[in-house]
Design a protein around this ligand. Sequence first.
Ligand code: MN
Length: 191
Amino acid sequence: MFTLINLPYASLEPVISDRTLSFHHGKHLNGYVNTLNGLVAGTPFEGKSLEEIITTAPAGPVFNNAGQILNHNLYFTQFAPDASPAEASPLLARILQQWGTLEAFQTDFEAKGVSLFGSGWVWLATKADGELCILQCPGADNPVAHGLRPLLTFDVWEHAYYLDHQNLRAAHLKALWPIVNWKVVEERYNK
Ligand code: MN
């Protein structure tokens, strides 16, 4: 049985409103959890991990709901209301090597989120050799499905921002940086 993760904070105001957080976690993510539990019951996917399902399920509802759970689990646990700026680390060194500055990386990441057509996710992911890449993933797609390790993600489904910013996806993405918990992102990179 998959279960809804607990959020490691009570609020992300004012960056993400409590109303958005409540719907996003309590309704959208909870819905994916309940749907996947129903879909896998009595199938070979029952008892498998999200990663195992994502790397073996064909395109369709099982992949989509497992993907959405994994994606949201990574998304919600990468934020903190009192997050510190990125500090010197192997991850930051690699970002600077590939993009020149953290701001240049952030601009590239936001642009790829804004230009992703329709619903999906923009990801910072890493290859086995440590090289970083930004992925535009439609729907429930994610780096795990492509043999890459996910580090950071912004949700560009409208449910992530419509209550707070209506159609202004770019404004939402730009506003997220102060709550990115770089310690969590660095831990994902150092694993
Ligand atoms: Mn979402």
